[in-house]
Design a protein around this ligand. Structure first.
Ligand code: PBG
Length: 325
């Protein structure tokens, strides 16, 4: 009889035949930077995750570096919002200042800028609105007007010193637009990690509290993908590869492990998985109630993303996980 249990008899042999491993260097840790002073505010639906003003950030940055996490992803919470999200391309905007500060004082940290508008618009949508009789709310996000602003935001983030740009708005043609404008401005060495396959997901709820980016009306279904679709995900990824993406991301991670696997098998680019806010919040809530072992569930979830094919994991669990590794 073949006995698979022979290779499970103790931890020594289990670790020798283990197929996938988590490392601190797998992670990107998302950070919320709020304009203002003296802010260190825990996000209610994301225990252990805080909004920081720039003057309160040092301790957090040092901890991230000490834990061996190589990279952070910045989300800005500006004071001033308007219809087009113009703060997002202000060279003195909160994320631009944060990038400059971090690259100057912590040059070893790899700084990624999320490139989008929902944190900067007063309506909370990911771009410029235009009237639309075809959409249920009477408005829709104009793809091509948003692309024009995306160029401005990309250049501003690149000038500030971002190591990598990660557009999350799901506008058609966003990768080609960014690649062109970056190359024209001598930022040809800045890579783009595309939120290539981003679903219109209820798992983003806690993030929207964290970043004040809940749409004031309607939803994001005219630009983010339908959770029921798989073939469309392959199409989205193929388009972004053609347009020049360097890394492909799938978001959320857990309900979409099949999509991570498919992208890994159909492309030779690194694949990132975004373990989103709702996925984090569910583990925390159940652990607080004593219904699950939070640490064990966390590690099991994270390694499942690697097993599915993710090379990179964006996660609010990054620090806790790195501590256990
Ligand atoms: C914004 C953006 C969102 C997230 C990352 N970038 C929210 C959204 O699309 O509504 C979600 C992250 C998370 O839930 O952790 N463009």
């Amino acid at each position: 009889m073949f006995r698979p249990r022979r290779l499970r008899r103790n931890e020594a042999i289990r670790s020798m035949v283990r197929e996938n491993h988590l490392r601190a260097t797998d992670f990107i840790y998302p950070l919320f930077i709020e304009e203002g002073e003296n802010i260190k505010k825990e996000i209610v639906s994301m225990p252990g995750v805080f909004r920081y003003s720039l003057d309160q950030l040092d301790e957090e940055l040092k901890e991230i570096i000490d834990l061996g996490i190589p990279s952070i992803m910045l989300f800005g919470i500006p004071k001033h919002k308007d219809a087009v999200g113009s703060e997002s391309w202000n060279d003195q905007g909160i994320v631009q200042l944060a990038i400059q500060y971090i690259k100057k004082n912590y040059p070893s940290l790899y700084v990624i800028a999320d490139v989008c508008f929902c944190e900067y618009t007063d309506h909370g949508h990911c771009g410029v609105l235009e009237p639309s009789i075809n959409s249920k709310d009477g408005y829709d996000v104009s793809n091509d007007k948003t692309l024009i602003n995306l160029e401005k935001q990309s250049i501003s983030m690149a000038k500030a010193g971002a190591d990598l740009l990660a557009p999350s708005g799901m506008m058609d043609g966003m990768i080609a637009t960014m690649r062109d404008v970056l190359d024209l401005n001598e930022f040809e060495n800045i890579p783009i990690m595309s939120y290539a396959v981003k679903y219109s997901s209820a798992f983003y709820g806690p993030f929207r509290d964290a970043a004040d980016s809940t749409p004031s009306f309607g939803d994001r279904k005219t630009y983010q993908m339908d959770p029921a679709n798989r073939i469309e995900a392959l199409k989205e990824a193929a388009l972004d590869v053609e347009e020049g993406a360097d890394i492909l991301m799938v978001k959320p991670a857990l309900s979409y492990l099949d999509i991570i696997r498919e992208l890994k098998e159909s492309h030779d680019l690194p694949i990132a998985a975004y373990n989103v806010s709702g996925e984090y919040a569910m583990v925390k809530a159940a652990a607080q109630k004593g219904w699950i072992d939070g640490e064990k569930v966390m590690m099991e979830k994270l390694v499942s993303m690697k097993r599915a094919g993710a090379d990179i994991i964006l996660s609010y669990h990054a620090k806790e996980a790195a501590k256990l590794l």
